[in-house]
Design a protein around this ligand. Structure first.
Ligand code: NAP
Length: 269
C-alpha cells in the first residue's frame, strides 16, 4: 500500500517563492497542499487558491501548523519569528527559507528547535550548498595568501543585502580559516578606504532585473585568482530543494536544528 501524501502548508503563499512552492506541490504525487497562508489582513484570505480545488488562503498562521506535517515558510523575518513559536508550540516540523535575520534570531531558532524539527537555510539549491562546501575547502587549501571576496547579484525586488547566501558563504569561509566572521566582514567600501586588511572578507552587492540569484567567491592571489560561481536561472530550484528538505524532516526526525548539508549529505570531506 502506498504511503499517504505528506501534508505541506505554505506560508507566504502569494509571494514569488510561495507560488513556486505551490506549483511544485500540486504536481508531486507524494505531497498535498494542506494550507496556504497569507499575511494577516490580506484581502485574499478566504479566497480560493488558484489550481487547488477546495482550498482557500488563510491569514491565521495557527491553521498552517494544525493542518500540516511540515510548514514551509518563505516570508519576512517578523513572520518567520512567529512561525518558529508556533512550530514549537504545535511540535510541527518547519522549513524556513526567509533571509534577512538579525543576530539575536539565532537564539529564537535554537529555542524552537528544542521542541520541533527546524531547518533554516539561506539557499535550498544543491549547487549553492555544494558551492559553500567547495569554497570552504578552497579557503583551507589556499590559506591567508589569498584575499576572499564575495559577489551577490539578485533581482531588483530583493529586500535584504547582502543576500543570506552571501552571508552563509562568508560565515563558512571564516569558519574554514578558524576566524570570526563578524570581525572580518567588510560590507562597504567608499571614499578613503586605505589598503585592504589582509584577512577581511569583502562583499559586493548588485541588484536589478529578474535575476533569480548569482554568487561568486573570489580567491585573489598574487599572479593568479580562483573564482567559484553559481548562477540560479529559475527559482523553482529553491522550491524543489525546500520540498526535499520537508520530505527529509518528515522522516521521523526528532526536534533539532538541521541544515541543507544534512539533507544533501555534505557534512564530511
Ligand atoms: N532560501 C532560499 O533558497 C531562498 C530563495 C529565494 C528567496 N528566499 C527568501 O525568501 C523570502 C521570500 O522571498 P520572495 O522572493 O518569495 O518574496 P515575496 O515575493 O515578497 O514573498 C513574500 C511573501 O510573504 C508574505 N508575507 C509577509 N508577511 C507575512 C505573514 N506575516 N504571514 C504570511 N505571509 C506573509 C508577503 O505578503 P505581502 O506581499 O502581502 O506582504 C509575500 O507574499 C525572502 O526573505 C528571500 O530572500 C530564500
Amino acid at each position: 500500500m502506498s504511503e499517504p501524501a505528506l501534508r505541506i502548508a505554505v506560508a507566504g503563499a502569494r509571494g514569488r517563492m510561495g507560488r513556486a512552492l505551490i506549483d511544485e506541490i500540486v504536481t508531486a504525487p507524494d505531497l498535498r497542499l494542506a494550507a496556504a497562508g497569507v499575511r494577516p489582513g490580506d484581502p485574499e484570505a478566504g479566497m480560493p487558491v488558484e489550481g487547488v480545488p477546495g482550498l482557500s488562503y488563510t491569514d491565521a498562521p495557527e491553521a498552517l501548523f494544525e493542518r500540516a506535517d511540515v510548514v514551509v515558510d518563505f516570508t519576512l523575518p517578523a513572520a518567520s519569528r512567529r512561525h518558529l513559536e508556533l512550530a514549537a508550540a504545535q511540535r510541527t516540523a518547519i522549513v524556513i527559507g526567509t533571509t534577512g535575520w538579525q543576530a539575536d534570531d539565532e537564539a529564537r531558532i535554537a529555542e524552537s528547535a528544542r521542541h520541533a524539527p527546524v531547518l533554516v537555510a539561506a539557499n535550498f539549491s544543491l549547487g549553492v550548498n555544494l558551492l559553500i562546501h567547495l569554497a570552504a575547502r578552497a579557503a583551507r587549501a589556499l590559506g591567508e595568501e589569498f584575499a576572499v571576496e564575495i559577489l551577490d547579484l539578485h533581482h531588483g525586488m530583493k529586500r535584504d543585502a547582502p543576500s543570506g547566501t552571501a552571508l552563509a558563504l562568508g560565515r563558512a569561509l571564516a569558519a574554514a580559516r578558524g576566524e570570526d566572521f563578524e570581525t572580518l566582514a567588510r560590507f562597504a567600501r567608499t571614499g578613503e578606504t586605505g589598503p585592504r586588511e589582509s584577512r577581511e572578507i569583502g562583499f559586493g552587492v548588485l541588484r536589478g532585473g529578474d535575476v533569480a540569484g548569482e554568487h561568486t567567491v573570489f580567491f585573489l592571489g598574487t599572479g593568479e585568482r580562483l573564482e567559484l560561481a553559481h548562477r540560479a536561472h529559475d527559482r523553482r530550484i529553491f522550491a524543489r530543494g525546500a520540498l526535499s528538505a520537508a520530505r527529509w524532516l518528515a522522516r521521523n526526525r526528532p526536534p533539532g536544528r538541521y541544515a541543507m548539508a544534512d539533507v544533501l549529505g555534505l557534512r564530511d570531506g
